[in-house]
Design a protein around this ligand. Sequence first.
Ligand SMILES: [Zn+2]
Ligand SMILES: [Zn+2]
Length: 336
Amino acid sequence: MQAVIYEKPGDLHVAEAPDPTPNAGEAVIKVGAVGICGSDLNIAAGLFPPTPFPIIPGHEFAGEVVAVAPGIDFIDEADRVAVDPSLFCGHCPWCRVGRGNLCDNWGAIGDTVNGAAAEYVAVPAVNCHRIPDSMSFAEAAVVEPLSCAVHAIKIAPPRVGESVLVVGGGTMGLLTGQLLARGGASVLALVERKTERLPIGTQVGFDPTYADVPSALEDRPQGYDLVVDATGVPAAIEAAFGAVAKGGRFLQLGVAPPDAGVPISPYRIYYEEITVLGSMAVLDSYAPALQLIADGTVNVEPLLTHNLPLQSYPDAFEALRRGDGLKIQLTPGVAA
Ligand SMILES: [Zn+2]
Ligand SMILES: [Zn+2]
């Protein structure tokens, strides 16, 4: 089969790879759509410590089941599925208390084992979620990023009447915003420096929108009760933290480089009783995210800007790096 291979940090190409076969407990999926995101940039650059090389990336995906290991009776060949990439060991202290996303042996399909930027991928059958016929593979491949947003909402549940600022209007910010919009915020503001994205922010429920944090603070000098960083960019995080109101909460959702530091004031955390929260990936949030898309509660349609053949992965990757469009997806099951 054709697959994208990250050979070593900074070196990726499309090449021939062996077709996967299902090991015990596994299903093989013919990939219908696979998204790429900021984590892939970090992984490819060697900035995500759990990733081994070489690896086939791709953790946001959906497709059709083409083979299942013997003894699996809950999914079948020809089922259309979206796949939770989470791989939790089940036996470490964190898994034992229901916090598998903090697993000491944490893994994810496409992050620590071969993923879906390929024609086929083998996955644990229990990670497969059947999708309704009405849901396209492209929509289903957005379940994974939405499931990260659903987890984030559990970490920082919206409070009725509070003011909310999301910094970063990429896919994660726009998905998280759509969930926050249903939580009774009095103000749901968006900061995104790529101003061509702001109308999409408005379309999915943000009002007002700004090109930078100082403008957002001009309108609301007292700050925002909940501020979400969805950029992972240290300078943006520093600015975002500066926009938290007294008694407010700050949620780190964007993935920063592991060695990056940001100066924040412990005095402010103390004197203004600011709560700092973090949200990491997916935890029991995949099925609810699938439901939110299936029911049309979350609209992913405006986010689906690129749909490219697998062979175009290097170009797609450069488009992602430039910040072109929003959700960039590849369609490995479709001939180039
Ligand atoms: Zn992702
Ligand atoms: Zn574990």
